[in-house]
Structures are given as C-alpha cells and as structure tokens.
Write a protein that binds this ligand. Structure first.
Ligand code: HEC
Length: 99
C-alpha cells in the first residue's frame, strides 16, 4: 500500500516537472502558430521563425517579453499570461522541430 502511494506520487509528479513537446505543440497551436506557424511562419511574413532555434535563447526571449524588459506590444501581451511551465513546454516543442 505504502509503495503504491509512493509510485502514484512519482507518476503524478512527472508531468509537472518534465517539459513536454507534445503539450507544447498543443499550446503553440492554440496561441502562437497563427503568427509564427508550427514549422515556419508564412513566407514573406514579418514574424520571426521559432522552429529549430536555440532553446535557451527562446526561453530568455519569452521571459523578457513577459516581464516587459523586451518590448513588443504583441509579444508582451502574448507572453504576459504564460507560466514557466508553458514556456518550457512551448520551447521544448519549437526547439525540437527540424526546420
Ligand atoms: C499576433 C501575432 C503573434 C502571436 C500570436 C505570437 N507572436 Fe511571437 N512574435 C510576434 C512578433 C511581431 C514578434 C517580433 C517582436 C519583436 O520585434 O520583438 C514576435 C517575436 C517572438 C519571439 C522572439 C524571436 C526572436 O527572434 O527574438 C519569440 C520567442 C516569440 N515571438 C514566441 C512566441 C510564442 C511562444 C507565442 C505563443 C505563446 C507567440 N510568439 C505568439 C508575433 C506574434
């Protein structure tokens, strides 16, 4: 019984800790893809490409938009409601997409 509780606890704790590219894809589809695309933004669009980029760079950029140390009206609004978990999930998706 005790062991079962320990195992259940470990399973429940997992998704909250590990960044998930699958969850990230769902979040990116809902919130980011209309501008940035999933693989790439529309040809000739003004939106920067996110796929295949350095994960540390993307996380830092999103945190800076969130705390408004980097200014962009659109991205300050988009990143304002992201949690650290959202950022980790979304970045683990985009950084793993092969451009
Ligand atoms: C309505 C369009 C729009 C949406 C939706 C949007 N973005 Fe952006 N994004 C932009 C624009 C425009 C820029 C360029 C802003 C600038 O000049 O800093 C940008 C820039 C970025 C950058 C910086 C890229 C670089 O090269 O420095 C990142 C990272 C980013 N967006 C991530 C996201 C994520 C993650 C989402 C979803 C949560 C998202 N964006 C949703 C329009 C959008």
């Amino acid at each position: 019984m005790r062991l079962a509780i320990v195992i259940l606890g470990a399973i429940l704790a997992l998704p909250a800790q590990a960044a998930s590219p699958y969850v990230g894809q769902i979040k990116a589809t809902a919130s980011c893809a209309q501008c940035h695309g999933l693989r790439a933004p529309a040809e000739g669009s003004i939106f920067p490409k996110l796929s295949g980029r350095d994960p540390e760079y993307l996380k830092k950029a999103l945190r800076h938009y969130r705390d408004k140390t980097r200014h962009s009206e659109i991205m300050n609004a988009m990143a304002g409601s992201l949690s650290d978990e959202d950022i980790n999930d979304i970045v683990s998706f985009y950084s793993n997409v092969k451009p």
